[in-house]
Design a protein around this ligand. Structure first.
Ligand SMILES: Nc1ncnc2c1ncn2[C@@H]1O[C@H](COP(=O)(O)OP(=O)(O)OP(=O)(O)O)[C@@H](O)[C@H]1O
Ligand SMILES: [Mg+2]
Length: 217
């Protein structure tokens, strides 16, 4: 009750100042297939009610990661950039949570997001929002922020399909050359405090699998 003793973020804090993460991790992703594999790996620690916020520049690989999450969850595809809709629901093919895949690229403000019915199925779905940073974090009590960087520099590759935007067929298209990405994962809230070990284990497994593949040539 001693106010001076707490450093917890104040209620109503700006969404771009999320406070301290409960758990963080990093993955190096050499190519699109490994991005999908990472998504599938992340799916093993995702459950109903979870919110995943994806950040990263145009053509970073956000939709590619969602494809892997969808594979891992076992939902109906195909997963492409939701170009003409804000969100698309991919039903589970095996009685698990559905995947709600949203693209907030065109949403200017948090208010517009609140106006959506996006949270209608949140409790029973895994919700993944591209370009959602600073806009949708308050849709769930906790969230996983996944930030994808292109260390080689955005625009250095052919992958700039145009945001959310995209070509409508999965974004940047298949012609973009493989180029390393760095993926930073940060879990916020009690949900990810409780699941910190599971998330770290999943990322460690992914790193081992990547290493084994690299060693094999
Ligand atoms: N290491 C990598 N990881 C992921 N994608 C990669 C990688 N290397 C190259 N790519 C290519 O980069 C492109 C990423 O496109 P994707 O649509 O997933 O990006 P996005 O972040 O969703 O873009 P947008 O901002 O338009 O929504 C794809 O063409 C993919 O094949
Ligand atoms: Mg995309």
């Amino acid at each position: 009750m001693n106010e001076q003793a707490t450093t917890a973020p104040a209620v109503g804090q700006a969404p771009d100042e999320p406070g301290e993460a409960s758990v963080t991790g990093t993955a190096r992703v050499p190519e699109p297939d490994r991005m999908r594999a990472l998504g599938a790996r992340l799916a093993t620690v995702l459950g109903p009610g979870d919110l995943v916020v994806l950040a990263g520049p145009l053509g970073a690989g956000k939709t590619t990661l969602v494809q892997g999450i969808g594979e891992g969850l076992g939902v109906r595809g195909p997963i492409t950039s939701p170009t003409f809709v804000i969100a698309r629901v991919h039903p589970s093919l095996r009685g698990g949570p559905d995947l709600v895949h949203a693209d907030a690229y065109r949403l200017g403000s948090r208010l517009e997001v609140d106006d959506l019915d996006l949270d209608a199925d949140l409790d029973h779905s895994v919700t993944v929002v591209e370009w959602g940073e600073g806009l949708v974090e308050n849709l769930a009590p906790g969230y996983l922020l996944v930030s994808i960087d292109r260390p080689g520099g955005a625009g250095s590759g052919a992958g700039d399909g145009g945001a959310g935007s995209g070509a409508g067929d999965g974004g940047a298209g298949d012609g973009a050359p493989a180029e390393p990405r760095v993926v930073r994962v940060a879990g916020f809230g009690d949900r990810w405090l409780a699941a910190a070990g599971a998330l770290r284990a999943a990322l460690a497994d992914q790193a081992l699998a990547d290493r084994a593949l690299a060693d094999r040539g």
